[in-house]
Design a protein around this ligand. Structure first.
Ligand code: ASP
Length: 358
């Protein structure tokens, strides 16, 4: 069941305003390695492109042949359930041949270097490579070594750009905002392990670019130093961070990235930072709840909140994830497919000529 959504607290886009340049100038990048490299209008362009795929995915016939004959390699060096599945479904719905490479069964385990793996994938003439890696910056490194578009499916603590895009699309849809809309004035509270979270980082970049007011909340040990420089307000008291929030985004404790003890115990963490129904009452009356998954129920979020029929957007996030990944795969392969208006050379994969970040 889709949540029944409160009226939008934010203003609609200016009538007749052109959100982005025509043709390939709307997205002049070869790769999608991070939100930090995108301008506001480029984010809006990807969100708008994804709307059509949300609609297609709700039909019984979900197949579009746009990428027929292309090969997409999903190279996942770190575990994943929803992101891998989502990229696989996205590629297949667009008609591509999709191949998944799992690091656990690949030559990476035999000591092959990342560059050698990249060169091997490149020699197979993939038309797009989707990479998840435990090291921040690994995806950018590979992008500099291969000849096709590279999409970042999460690199260490750095970025998870498609997660931020799908989150923005989910919010926009939940608030019934039309294409071209940004999130100006929306108050979003992101709570949890901000320090280790690539989801937090990409979301801060995207939400602030779209005009949202972003609050981050975590125990001091899980809050990065000088995060205020990203344009957010820092809270350590979750109740205070919730007051007036329109959207509450909860994050998992990233135990796999923690060296040492960051929280006294899951029980104490839940007591101070867990989202319960009682606590949600401190936010705006219709505040919406999000979580990128996987969830630790009973730690950062209670089941009554996660499964709430009108407040939780968690399954809608998964739905929007497939649509966003379809949009990204379509847009990034347009030059190679010779789509009219997309002939111009994209920016250098090394990033030197990227447009100014928003
Ligand atoms: N699935 C998200 C990620 O890959 C969030 C998480 O793992 O907690 O970063």
């Amino acid at each position: 069941m889709q949540p029944s959504i409160p009226p939008s607290p934010i203003s609609p886009p200016l009538a007749g305003a052109r959100a982005y340049p025509a043709g390939g100038l709307a997205f002049p990048h070869r790769d999608l390695t991070g939100i930090g490299l995108l301008a506001r209008h480029e984010i809006l362009f990807l969100l708008d492109e994804a709307e059509q795929w949300v609609e297609l995915n709700r039909q019984s016939q979900k197949r579009a042949g746009l990428l027929s004959g292309l090969t997409i390699i999903n190279a996942f060096f770190e575990n994943s359930t929803r992101t891998l599945l989502s990229f696989e479904i996205a590629g297949k719905r667009l008609g591509a041949d999709v191949v998944n490479m799992h690091a656990a069964t690949s030559s990476v385990k035999k000591g092959e270097t990342l560059i050698d793996t990249a060169m091997t994938l490149n020699a197979m003439r993939a038309d797009a490579i989707v990479i998840r890696h435990a090291s921040s910056g690994a995806v950018r490194l590979i992008a500099g070594k291969v000849d096709c578009p590279v999409l970042n499916a999460g690199d260490g603590q750095h970025e998870h750009p498609t997660q931020a895009l799908l989150d923005a699309l989910t919010i926009r849809q939940a608030l019934h905002l039309p294409r071209g809309s940004d999130l100006n004035g929306l108050i979003v509270t992101i709570c949890g392990d901000i320090l280790h979270s690539r989801v937090a980082r990409s979301n801060i970049l995207s939400l602030t670019a779209l005009g949202a007011v972003v609050r981050v909340c975590a125990p001091p040990a899980l809050m990065p130093a000088e995060i205020e420089a990203m344009g957010v307000t820092v809270f350590h008291d979750f109740d205070a961070a919730l007051k007036g929030a329109n959207v509450v985004m909860m994050l998992r404790l990233q135990q796999e990235r923690m060296q040492g003890q960051f929280i006294p115990s899951p029980r104490e963490y839940r007591h101070l930072y867990g989202l319960t129904l009682d606590r949600l009452a401190r936010a705006e009356p219709d505040a919406l709840v999000m979580h990128p998954g996987p969830m630790n129920r009973g730690v950062e979020i209670d089941s009554q909140v996660a499964d709430h029929p009108t407040r939780s957007l968690i399954t809608h996030q998964v739905e929007c994830g497939v649509a966003i990944r379809m949009a990204c795969l379509d847009v990034l392969t347009r030059r190679a497919r010779g789509v009219a208006g997309w002939e111009s050379q994209p920016s250098s994969p090394a990033g030197a000529a990227y447009g100014a970040p928003a």
